[in-house]
Design a protein around this ligand. Structure first.
Ligand code: HEM
Ligand code: HEM
Length: 433
């Protein structure tokens, strides 16, 4: 491998950069479409959340009598108060989306295998922390939206067998959202989770460096090495500026929501969980709660954590979707899953479900086991069909099924957020927003 001829002395701030990056990287790694800069964007959003979060702390008071008012004061009487709150809000939303897209990019380029196994698991832990940070932050404004979203969000735990109820009461420090819940959420949100995120992020970055950077295809070995500064740093700078511009645009034009002060006696209609749990809430409309809120989410989390331990291929590829046929099969899966999921939701809204058709059966069987078995049988049939149609090898099949399940979940989430109105009936987005 050759190094760049341009072997000058390190520039001024290269000291800081070299803590994050090596001095040289493979030219192939510079291509934007390898990572879309998603890991870096997630890191930047976390930095912005920390800065704006610390600023918010100067005014915010975590007590039910004061919290809502402190947000009003912040918005109306503090210079740039509303803007800072909006930036914090939009960074929180974007972080969930961007870190999820980063997870997909790592998966579809095979970056979770062999020496990157542990980093995949660390990534999953980071993702859980991102959701937990969002969830605890959601309660802090102490308005009707916050109060009822956290009530519905935590009630999902009730469907966990045996210990669910106790876990919910433990998290809420009572049997419903109360003053102690607010204080506990505040402390987790502004101290415990940020520290854990910082520690795990440092470990995550170190692991990326330790294995020699991101996963690249074999042909990259012939490419030359170039200096990180300016080649990579300039590109990162442009991505960072673009992301900051988008966040600022959102923050200027769309305010973070704030309804009336929380009132435990009057619920809002529809009462929705925070948006990232809308997919699970949507599943609850179609399946027995044990299946919707426990079995399916746990199966997905387990499958994600188990993924790197499947023996998929001797040589991880670093190629998007592994091959052309892998890409075609993934596209086919995304389209099929979108159509089927949408159709099933609409059918279920207008045609009586098994619980109504078979009233003599226990609802756990009629509304849980029976539809689950039907879905699993369809997935099995689809697995066989798609393997034969595209002549896929094992990793491509796993990828195709992953696309199918992920797309279905995204569609459910979109329906839950934008198409569920009063009494959670299906409606058009302009009746919801
Ligand atoms: C939420 C905060 C996260 C941050 C700040 C972060 C940051 C990064 C960065 C900067 C990289 C290097 C290149 C790139 O941009 O892709 C990277 C790579 C990686 N990330 Fe993350 N990540 C996060 C979450 C995740 C998640 C949710 C997963 C998956 C479950 C994950 C798994 C990985 C793996 C396996 C690599 C190495 C990939 C390769 O070598 O191609 N990360 N991460
Ligand atoms: C990954 C990191 C973080 C995420 C994802 C996050 C997310 C959120 C979210 C979604 C809200 C509700 C905002 C709204 O929509 O009204 C919020 C509120 C808040 N956060 Fe964070 N946050 C993070 C880190 C921090 C940190 C580090 C601090 C302070 C040290 C902080 C302090 C606050 C405060 C005081 C509020 C209440 C103000 C408000 O609701 O507008 N946050 N956070």
């Amino acid at each position: 491998m050759q190094t760049s001829e341009n072997n000058q002395k390190p520039k001024r701030f290269s000291g800081i950069i070299l803590h994050l990056h090596p001095k040289y990287i493979n030219e192939e790694a510079l291509s934007f479409t390898r990572t879309f800069g998603l890991g870096g964007m997630a890191a930047l959003l976390i930095v912005l959340l920390f800065i704006t979060g610390i600023l918010l702390r100067f005014y915010y008071e975590p007590f039910p009598q004061k919290a809502y008012n402190s947000i009003l004061v912040l918005q109306n009487n503090v210079l740039f108060g509303q803007l800072i709150r909006n930036i914090h809000h939009w960074c929180g939303v974007f972080l969930v989306i961007i870190s999820f897209l980063h997870l997909l990019r790592v998966f579809f380029t095979g970056g979770f295998q062999s020496s990157r196994k542990v980093n995949w698991i660390i990534g999953l832990a980071l993702f859980v922390l991102v959701i937990a940070s969002n969830f605890t932050g959601y309660l802090l404004p102490w308005d009707q939206l916050a109060y009822w979203a956290i009530t519905v969000g935590t009630s999902l735990l009730d469907y966990f067998p045996f210990i669910g109820n106790s876990i919910r009461e433990f998290i809420l420090a009572g049997d419903e959202v109360n003053a102690n819940t607010l204080l506990i959420f505040f402390n987790f949100h502004t101290a415990v989770f940020p520290i854990l995120i910082l520690l795990l992020m440092a470990y995550h970055f170190w692991k990326v460096r330790k294995v020699g950077g991101i996963m690249l295809p074999k042909k990259a070995e012939e490419k030359k090495m170039v200096e990180v500064y300016p080649h990579l740093v300039y590109r990162e700078f442009i991505v960072a500026l673009a992301l900051i511009a988008v966040i600022l645009l959102f923050s200027v034009f769309f305010n973070a929501p704030l309804l009336a002060k929380a009132n435990p006696d009057v619920s809002i209609n529809p009462t929705k969980a925070p948006w990232y749990f809308a997919g699970i809430q949507e599943l609850l409309m179609h399946f027995h709660p044990f299946v919707a809120a426990f079995l399916i989410p746990f199966a997905i989390v387990f499958a994600l954590a188990y993924l790197p331990y499947l023996k998929l291929k001797d040589e991880p590829s670093g190629i998007w979707f592994q091959s052309e046929k892998g890409k075609e099969a993934a596209k086919f899966s995304a389209i099929t899953a979108s159509v089927i999921t949408t159709l099933l939701v609409i059918i279920n809204e207008f045609i009586p479900d098994f619980e109504t058709l078979l009233p003599w059966l226990n609802s756990f069987i009629s509304n849980g086991i029976l539809p689950l078995l039907i879905i699993l049988a369809l997935l099995w049939y689809y697995y066989k069909y798609v393997t034969k149609k595209f002549k896929l090898d094992f990793i491509e099949v796993i990828q195709t099924m992953f696309v199918f399940v992920t797309t279905a979940f995204i569609i459910l989430t979109v329906i839950g957020i934008f198409f569920r109105g009063v009494d959670m009936a299906l409606t058009f987005p302009w009746n919801v927003l």
